[in-house]
Design a binder for this molecule. Structure first.
Ligand SMILES: CC(C)(COP(=O)(O)OP(=O)(O)OC[C@H]1O[C@@H](n2cnc3c(N)ncnc32)[C@H](O)[C@@H]1OP(=O)(O)O)[C@@H](O)C(=O)NCCC(=O)NCCS
Length: 168
C-alpha cells in the first residue's frame, strides 16, 4: 500500500532513543501493550548491538516502529532466521496500514540478507497482531497453554502474499 507524500521508512539508531521512549503505543484493555512500550523505551542502546530497527516517519513524526534481532538465540536446527521483537504503531494512528508496512519492510530487508524466515512471539490476547500476520500469510504455531503464539513468516511466501493482496 503506497504511503503519504511525507512518509518514509528510516533505519533507527541510538539517536532515536528519545523518540522511541516517547512513542505512545499502549492500548486500553491490552495489558500486553505495556510490555511493548517498556521494551521500546529501553531499546535504543541496543540498536546496532544485537537489535536493528526501522521507523515509519511522516515528516519528523514517528508513526510506527519495527525492531528485530538478526541473531536470535534459538535452539536446534533452523533456517536463517530473524526475530521480530517489537512492532508498534502510535496509538493515535491505528489501522492505517503502518504496522504492516513496517513489517513488510523488515521482510524485504530479510530477503536481501538471505534470511528464510522471520519469527515473532505474539501474545495470545493480541488478536490484532495475529490478524496482521494472517493477512500476509504468517503461520501461527500454537503451543497449548503457552501465553505467546509463535508466528512464522516465511519471507518469500509472505512477500508474495502481501504483493498479491496489494499491500506492497
Ligand atoms: C497491533 C498493532 C501493531 C497494529 O498496528 P496498526 O498500524 O494499527 O495495524 P495496521 O493498520 O497495519 O493493520 C494491519 C492488519 O492488522 C489487523 N488489525 C490491526 N488493527 C486492527 C483492529 N483494530 N481491529 C481488527 N484488526 C486489526 C487487520 O488485519 C489489519 O488489516 P486490515 O486493516 O487490512 O483489515 C498496533 O495495534 C499496536 O501498536 N499495538 C500495541 C503494540 C503491540 O501490541 N504490538 C505487537 C506486539 S510487539
Amino acid at each position: 500500500m503506497p504511503g503519504g507524500a511525507g512518509e518514509r521508512l528510516v533505519e533507527l539508531d541510538r539517536s532515536h532513543g528519545p523518540l522511541l521512549a516517547a512513542l505512545p503505543v499502549r492500548r486500553l484493555g491490552q495489558p500486553h501493550s505495556r510490555l511493548v512500550a517498556e521494551g521500546l523505551a529501553g531499546i535504543a542502546p541496543h540498536l546496532g548491538a544485537g537489535f536493528e530497527g526501522v521507523g515509519l516517519f511522516d515528516g519528523v513524526d514517528l508513526r510506527a516502529v519495527a525492531i528485530w534481532r538478526p541473531n536470535p538465540p534459538l535452539y536446534g536446527e533452523h533456517p536463517p532466521t530473524w526475530e521480530l521483537s517489537y512492532l508498534a504503531t502510535r496509538s493515535s494512528f491505528p489501522r492505517r496500514g503502518y504496522a504492516r508496512r513496517a513489517k513488510i519492510d523488515v521482510l524485504r530487508r530479510a530477503q536481501r540478507a538471505g534470511i528464510v524466515q522471520v519469527i515473532s512471539h505474539v501474545h495470545r490476547d493480541n488478536g490484532w497482531m495475529l490478524l496482521l500476520n494472517d493477512s500476509i500469510g504468517g503461520e501461527r504455531r500454537w503451543v497449548e497453554g503457552e501465553e505467546f503464539v509463535l508466528v512464522v513468516c516465511q519471507v518469500e511466501h509472505c512477500l508474495a502474499v502481501a504483493a498479491a493482496a496489494g499491500h506492497c
